[in-house]
Design a protein around this ligand. Structure first.
Ligand code: PEP
Length: 255
């Protein structure tokens, strides 16, 4: 990461894990490990844990994120949660377009774009996930896939809004598989994403935007991944559920 111009964001994606007491316990364990960190620390918790997480992180440097929000303000959308509802709870971040939502819940670039705009309008900080499938990488079209996702997901967004968005580069083949992209692959993709943002907006926006890596980042490989100049932190699934591992990643981002 380039600390001179950007602050790293280490965000945990808890997915569909942890009851409320378990969430409280995990946050209590993360608190001392996050204290004084030289990076932004975010916990992306299930909807049912948001209130618990907001309460437990009060007065700390840990920020709370949700894992999705709907693009409409209200209405007949059974099972959905609006961006305003998250803001009302004290939530600051929202993960959007995660590959699991794209794969299992029919999320498309169009709906990611709408959700991103709704999140920004409500004052949330979106963490928007992009990334190629294994066969897309093998076919040599990683850059086309990333370029298309960025163009569609950020269509109609202003440069000022873009600066509030975190892009999580998450190669789908590396998520939850234990297969991490090499630091060179992560750097190459994060740098490419920045060139797409520069073309869509301008150089200043591309330099300002946070581009994280996500995909089996853990306590052992974090330092190497985070040493790359265009890798501004991580979106972490499995390892964010273990306080010592998450703490080690926070430490790696803080040196
Ligand atoms: C994720 O869920 O965004 C993720 C990167 O998961 P994992 O770290 O478990 O691969």
């Amino acid at each position: 990461m380039n600390k001179a111009v950007r602050k790293a964001i280490i965000a945990g994606n808890w997915k569909m894990n942890k009851t409320r007491p378990e969430a409280k316990e995990l946050i209590e364990a993360i608190k001392p490990l996050a204290k004084g960190a030289d990076c932004e620390v975010v916990v992306g918790v299930p909807f049912t844990n948001l209130e618990t997480a907001v309460e437990a992180t009060k007065g700390t440097n840990i920020h709370v994120g949700a894992q999705n929000c709907h693009f409409e303000k209200s209405g007949a959308f059974t099972g959905e949660i609006s961006a305003d509802m998250l803001v009302e709870l004290g939530v600051e971040y929202v993960i959007l377009g995660h590959s699991e939502r794209r794969q299992y819940f029919g999320e498309t670039d169009e709906t990611v774009n709408k959700r991103t705009k709704a999140a920004l309008a409500a004052g949330l900080k979106p963490i928007v996930c992009v990334g190629e499938l294994l066969w897309e990488r093998e076919c040599g079209i990683t850059e086309e896939v990333l370029g298309k996702q960025c163009k569609l997901d950020f269509f109609g967004i202003t440069a000022d809004e873009m600066k509030k968005i975190t892009i999580a580069y998450e190669p789908v083949w590396a998520i939850g598989t234990g297969k991490t992209a090499t630091a060179e692959q992560a750097q190459e993709a994060c740098k490419y994403i920045r060139t797409v943002i520069a073309k869509m907006f301008d150089e200043a926006t591309a330099e300002a935007v946070t581009v994280q890596y996500g995909g089996s980042m853990n306590a052992k490989n974090a330092a190497e991944l985070l040493s790359k100049v265009d890798v501004d932190g991580g979106l972490i699934g499995g390892a964010s559920l273990k306080a010592p591992d998450f703490g080690e990643i926070i430490r790696a981002a803080s040196v």
